[in-house]
Design a protein around this ligand. Structure first.
Ligand SMILES: Nc1ncnc2c1ncn2[C@@H]1O[C@H](COP(=O)(O)OP(=O)(O)OP(=O)(O)O)[C@@H](O)[C@H]1O
Ligand SMILES: [Mg+2]
Length: 299
């Protein structure tokens, strides 16, 4: 099957800053993909190249097998960018009508209004009088104007309240069920985990991981076996247990970090060590994400 989006060794250099560094991936029809990464990781730059709004310094970007700048490609994609600048002087309803007029087969005005969740009064407001969250909701509706097959959302939920956020993700899930291909960027592993079937993790312009949220978490999450020694223990003996990556002491408890708690428990019992109150903890998702990013920085 022909991928809908294909990036091949794509790099983008701004002056002397390598914003995106030899990135390759492809996206199939109907996939929903989270592009995850900290500030400055290259998420927006990558998205702008997929939209044909930035030219790669090296490598190739194909959307529907073509240059993303081609009109036939543009008509099939919708985007909500990080910085939405709607035409401020117009009323909300006029902006929606204007965007519909750009496309050969737009969604109906009513359908687009439903995406915003706006009241009649809000439709009469000038676009520049909307709140930050309302602007995001309008931006989302405008992205849908041409009834696109592929949707790009750059940090879509920033500034949205809990209700709008829920409405947004419910709508995205429905769009996915209707066969749309969806890419979104986020800083939050949790958001990627909730929605994305696939997470591409960016750091300093490079892809450091590409897989299901589950596979990324399995790689990321450090687990801990902790216990209290009944009498003094040789820490080195714990360090020597296979799969123990680090050991530290806190408030009289010993903590053994590991990627395999089963093996560590088995080893502890086998060695018949003088320990009690054994506990197993899994790391928090956000901690794990930070760990991974820091680990890369230390390399
Ligand atoms: N037009 C530009 N000129 C110079 N440098 C740029 C430009 N756009 C982006 N950069 C740099 O490229 C790097 C990647 O930026 P990018 O906006 O793609 O990151 P991001 O992952 O979207 O970050 P954020 O989470 O903050 O939105 C950053 O170091 C940024 O400063
Ligand atoms: Mg960005």
């Amino acid at each position: 099957m022909e991928p809908i989006i294909e990036l091949n060794e794509v790099s983008k250099v701004f002056k002397n800053k390598m914003a995106v560094d030899q990135v390759s991936f492809s996206i199939q029809k109907g996939e929903i993909v989270a592009i995850l990464g900290p500030n400055g990781a290259g998420k927006t730059t990558t998205m702008m190249m997929m939209l044909g709004l930035l030219e790669p310094t090296k490598g190739s970007v194909r959307v529907f097998g073509k240059d993303p700048k081609e009109k036939s490609v543009r008509e099939k994609i919708g985007a909500l960018l990080q910085e939405v600048s709607v035409i401020d002087a117009l009323k909300v309803r006029e902006v929606i009508h204007l965007f519909r007029s750009y496309y050969p087969q737009p969604l109906s005005f009513e359908e687009l209004v439903a995406f915003t969740g706006f009241t009649k009064d809000e439709l009469q407001k000038r676009a520049n009088k909307l709140s930050g969250g309302q602007k995001r909701r309008l931006g989302f509706a405008l992205a849908m104007a041409g009834s696109p097959d592929v949707l790009f959302f750059d940090e879509p939920t920033v500034g949205m309240d809990v209700t709008s956020r829920k409405l947004f993700w419910n709508t995205v899930t429905e769009l996915k069920d209707r066969g749309k291909t969806i890419l979104f960027t986020t800083h939050y592993l949790q958001e990627a985990d909730d929605i994305g079937e696939r997470v591409i993790l960016f750091h300093e312009g490079k892809i450091i991981s590409d897989g299901t949220p589950k596979s990324i978490k399995a790689r990321l999450l450090t687990q801990v076996v902790s216990f209290t020694p009944i009498h003094t223990l040789n820490m080195q003996e714990i360090r020597n247990i296979p799969h123990v990556t680090d050991v530290y002491e806190k408030d009289g408890r010993l903590y053994a970090l590991t990627d395999n708690t089963d093996m560590v428990l088995a080893a502890l019992f086998k060695r018949n060590l003088p320990i009690q109150n054994i506990e197993i903890e899994r790391g928090r998702l956000e901690d794990a994400f930070e760990q991974l990013v820091e680990k890369r920085e230390a390399m």
